[in-house]
Design a protein around this ligand. Structure first.
Ligand SMILES: *[C@@H]1O[C@H](CO)[C@@H](O)[C@H](O)[C@H]1NC(C)=O
Ligand SMILES: *[C@@H]1O[C@H](CO)[C@@H](O)[C@H](O)[C@H]1NC(C)=O
Length: 326
C-alpha cells in the first residue's frame, strides 16, 4: 500500500519544470508536493508502527531478509537551531563545536561557519549570484565545494572562508562531496559515486551504487563515516550507507520521523532532508535539511531483523534529469 503511494513521486519527473525543492516556484506546486509527502510519511509511519507491533514469526515468513536487514531508525539525542533560510547542500563538522555548511539557490548561495549550539552564523562567504552552491568537504586546510549544473567548483580557506581557487571536475554535475583525508568522493545526482584526485580533480575511480540489484539514483550530500560513504538520496528521508569499494549499499538509515515532526509542528516551508556531518572525535552524528529550522544530533537504532520495510519504494527513486545549462 505504502509502496503504491510512494511510486507516485517519480511521476513528478515528467514535469519539465524544476521541482519545487530546487527552485522557487508557485505556492500551489509547493503545497501539493508537501501534501503528497506528508501523506506518504504518515502512511509509512503507520506501517512501520504496525510492523513493529506484529509478532516476529509472522514477519520472518513474509520478510525478504533471512539475516540482518541492516536497517536503522534513529533516536534524536540533541536538537540545535538551524538557519531556516539555509538551503543546505553541504554539511560537515569543523571541530570546536562548529559546523561548516554550503547553501544553494541562486542569489542566496553561501559557504558558512556555524556555531553548533546556537546555530549562529559566525563567518559567511557569499557566492556570486550566478552560482548555486552544492556539496562541501574539508581536506587539510581547504574547503572544497561543487556547484549545481556546472563542472566548476571552488576551494576556500577553512578558517576565514576566503576563496582560494576555482577547479573543474569530470563528473556530469556537482551534487555531493566528502573525503577520507586522501581522495574526494563525489556525486552528480546519478547513481554513480566518484573518487576524485584532490590535486588534479581527475576521476580516479567510480562505482554504480546498487541495492539488491536496483541502482540508487539521485545520490546527493555525502559524509565519510568510519570507512563507509553515507549519502542522502534526494527527495527521500533515507541515508544510504555505501561501500565505496564495490558500490554496494550496506544499510539504510530511515529518518522519516524528522521531517514529519517538523511538518506536524507547523513548519510547512521546509524542503527535503539533506546534510550529514560526523564528529569523529566525539562520535556525534548530525543531520539537517534544506530550510529546516533545526539540526539534529542522532544515534542509529538497528531495526529488528524481521521487520520488513519496503526500501525499494521508500528509498529508491527514478532518475531525474535536469536541463543542463553548461
Ligand atoms: C579550536 O579552538 C582552539 C582554541 O581557540 C584553536 O587553537 C584551534 O585552532 C581551533 N580548531 C579548529 C579546528 O578551529
Ligand atoms: C585568510 O587566510 C589566508 C591563509 O590561509 C590568508 O592568506 C588570507 O589573507 C586570509 N584572508 C582574510 C580576508 O583574512
Amino acid at each position: 500500500m505504502a509502496g503504491r503511494s510512494v511510486r507516485k513521486r517519480p511521476n513528478k519527473q515528467l514535469n519539465p519544470k524544476p521541482l519545487p525543492s530546487m527552485a522557487s516556484s508557485s505556492s500551489s506546486s509547493r503545497f501539493s508536493y508537501k501534501k503528497i509527502s506528508m501523506f506518504i510519511s504518515i502512511v509509512l509511519i503507520i506501517n512501520i508502527v504496525v510492523l513493529l507491533s506484529k509478532s516476529s514469526n509472522m514477519w520472518s515468513i513474509g520478510g525478504i531478509n533471512a539475516h540482518s536487514n541492516n536497517l536503522y531508525s534513529i533516536e534524536v539525542v540533541n536538537e540545535f537551531p538551524h538557519d531556516p533560510k539555509a538551503f543546505t547542500q553541504g554539511l560537515l563538522y569543523g571541530g570546536n563545536d562548529t559546523l561548516l555548511e554550503s547553501t544553494g539557490l541562486y542569489g542566496q548561495s553561501t559557504v558558512r561557519k556555524v556555531a553548533l549550539q546556537t546555530g549562529k552564523v559566525e563567518a559567511l562567504q557569499k557566492m556570486d549570484d550566478s552560482q548555486f552552491g552544492k556539496g562541501l568537504t574539508l581536506l587539510g586546510e581547504r574547503l572544497y565545494q561543487v556547484t549545481w549544473l556546472k563542472k566548476t567548483g571552488f576551494t576556500y580557506d577553512r578558517y576565514n572562508l576566503s576563496k582560494l581557487d576555482k577547479f573543474t571536475h569530470q563528473m556530469q554535475d556537482g551534487w555531493g562531496l566528502a573525503t577520507d583525508g586522501k581522495v574526494l568522493f563525489g556525486t552528480d545526482g546519478t547513481s554513480m559515486l566518484y573518487q576524485i584526485d584532490p590535486q588534479t580533480f581527475k576521476v580516479i575511480g567510480k562505482r554504480t551504487i546498487r541495492y539488491k540489484g536496483h541502482e540508487v539514483h539521485n545520490l546527493n550530500e555525502l559524509e565519510y563515516v568510519n570507512g563507509e560513504v553515507w549519502a542522502n538520496v534526494w527527495q527521500t528521508d533515507c541515508i544510504a550507507r555505501i561501500s565505496y569499494k564495490d558500490g554496494a549499499v550496506l544499510g539504510w538509515i530511515l529518518l522519516q520521523n524528522l521531517r514529519e515532526g517538523l511538518l506536524m509542528s507547523g513548519k510547512n516551508d521546509i524542503d527535503v532532508l539533506n546534510g550529514i556531518a560526523w564528529d569523529e572525535d566525539k562520535n556525534r552524528l548530525f543531520v539537517t535539511g534544506k530550510l529546516w529550522p533545526k539540526l539534529y544530533e542522532i544515534k542509529l537504532r538497528p531495526l529488528k531483523k524481521h521487520v520488513h520495510v519496503d526500501i525499494e519504494h521508500i528509498c529508491i527513486q527514478m532518475p531525474f534529469h535536469f536541463t543542463k545549462q553548461g
